[in-house]
Design a protein around this ligand. Structure first.
Ligand SMILES: [Zn+2]
Length: 465
């Protein structure tokens, strides 16, 4: 596989969404690391690329398990007594039990080309598959992590790798099950893994590393706090992610054993700051919601996966009104399109509240644009970025929406964004730039087709295993 091309230094945009609104005919200048150096108007100079459509910042995907792409769509057959999240989890464990490093890289390479074509330009990989099938460690503890980084670099998506700490089989300190042995580390072996992953990311502007604990089921809060402290400078300013309160059963178990709900327990026991990203946080009461807003933590929502697994409904509209920050992720990979995630995010809130246009923090404006800017800013923060959107210092990640598409005829730029989210075609994204590299051209990633054959072979092997 060939790597993406060189970084561009200047891109002319006919219409680009900046914090001050739609800018006509501006030039985005990029530095050597692919970050935005300046955005200038009235600039008649030559540029490396001209984009004539509607240009917005790329969407960060704040929660991905690449390996789950291998079973996307294969868990819809009802099994007596297992038609819930926990039954799905057993199927997922079994299907992924044999995945080897080459197969993981093949799956991730194909997956990431699809994300890019849909408008995701960066991905937080919440990676918990660490060891060999059976559970013995690889000689290199970062073997599988490295494969995800390689896949991302091959196709040109920016990646924040979140190696996941997984210590136990449940709230009651149960040992890990056989199907969880590939995930398990002690805090000591985890810190070695984190160090190894950090070494693989250093000096690469399109890679970064963060800390993740799988869940409070899998990591006791005192172990989480101690490991975070021991990680020290390795994760200074880095994001910290955790699955929390996804399932009602998880809340009930936590209440029964600890006398407190999971999110409240997390805030009691750990110093949750604005570096944190709480994945799902589905089941929260008003006090817990308030804690999250005050801490500045991001909530990571994965609407299609949460709907697919019957998780429940996070009070997202209320959270935004209260000043909370959120973003979206593809999680189980049943959907890798940010527009679809945002559409479902909005619709679930509308169904729940029996109102329309609910995810706009302001009194008025474009619902689609509000959803997109919320997801860009929350997602970037969850990936450890200090700035986001089309501003100096942010990553040079852009997507161009095809304003000439028939579905977008006679629409203003805001109406095009509304139409992309709420009625848009799947092929609305025309060009994608990541860190200044032009990775999707005319809607197609150049490696999509060559990544597809090996992906099909892996799926065939896994299904026949
Ligand atoms: Zn997840």
């Amino acid at each position: 596989m060939t790597s993406p091309g060189p970084r561009l230094t200047s891109i002319r945009c006919a219409k680009a969404l900046t914090p001050s609104g739609w800018e006509d005919n501006c030039v985005i200048e990029l530095d050597q690391t692919g970050r935005i150096a300046a955005i200038t108007s009235n600039n008649a100079g030559a540029t490396d690329l001209s984009l004539n459509g509607i240009v917005i910042a790329g969407l960060p995907n704040l929660h991905s398990h690449a390996h789950q792409k291998a079973i996307a769509g294969l868990t819809e057959h009802r099994i007596a007594g297992q038609d819930d999240f926990w039954g799905w989890r057993d199927l997922m464990y079994r299907a992924n039990a044999q995945l080897d490093p080459d197969q993981l890289q093949t799956v991730a390479r194909y997956l990431y080309t699809g994300m890019l074509q849909s408008g995701y330009t960066s991905v937080a990989e919440f990676h918990y598959l660490h060891h060999q099938p059976g559970g013995d460690p690889y000689r290199d503890c970062s073997e599988l992590s490295a494969r995800l980084l390689e896949a991302a670099s091959e196709v040109g998506i920016a990646i924040t790798l979140l190696p996941v700490l997984y210590c136990r089989g449940g709230f009651n300190n149960d040992p890990v099950q056989d199907t969880q042995r590939r995930f398990a580390n002690t805090p000591e072996s985890y810190l070695k893994l984190l160090q190894a992953c950090d070494s693989l990311c250093v000096d690469n502007p399109d890679r970064s590393v963060g800390f993740a604990a799988h869940s409070l089921r899998a990591v006791a809060p005192e172990v989480l706090s101690a490991t975070l402290e021991d990680a020290g400078s390795l994760i200074k300013d880095a994001p910290v992610h955790i699955h929390v309160a996804e399932q009602a059963r998880e809340v009930a178990e936590c209440l029964a054993l600890n006398g407190v709900r999971p999110v409240a327990w997390l805030y009691d026991q750990c110093d949750v700051t604005d570096q944190w990203c709480l994945i799902h946080a589905t089941h929260v009461d008003s006090g817990e919601l308030d804690c999250i807003v005050k801490s500045g933590a991001t909530v990571g929502l994965c609407p299609t996966t949460e709907a697919n697994l019957g998780d429940g409904i996070f009070p997202a509209a209320q959270f935004l009104t209260d000043g909370g920050r959120l973003g979206v992720g593809s999680d189980s990979q049943i959907c890798t399109c940010p527009a679809e995630e945002l559409r479902l995010l909005e619709y679930v809130q509308r169904l729940s509240l029996q109102r329309r246009t609910v995810m706009i923090p302001d009194d008025a404006g474009s619902n689609g644009r509000a959803l997109i800017t919320t997801a860009i800013s929350g997602g970037a923060r969850a990936l450890g970025e200090k700035s986001s959107g089309l501003v100096s210092g942010a990553r040079g990640d852009l997507i161009e929406i095809d304003h000439e598409h028939s579905e977008f005829a006679s629409r203003t730029p805001d109406q095009i964004l509304d139409s992309w989210i709420f009625s848009g075609p799947n092929n609305a994204v025309r060009n994608v730039i990541v860190g200044g590299r032009h990775v999707v051209r005319d809607g197609i990633h150049p490696l999509r087709e060559s990544a597809s054959g090996p992906f099909r072979q892996v799926i065939a092997m896994l299904n026949n295993a």
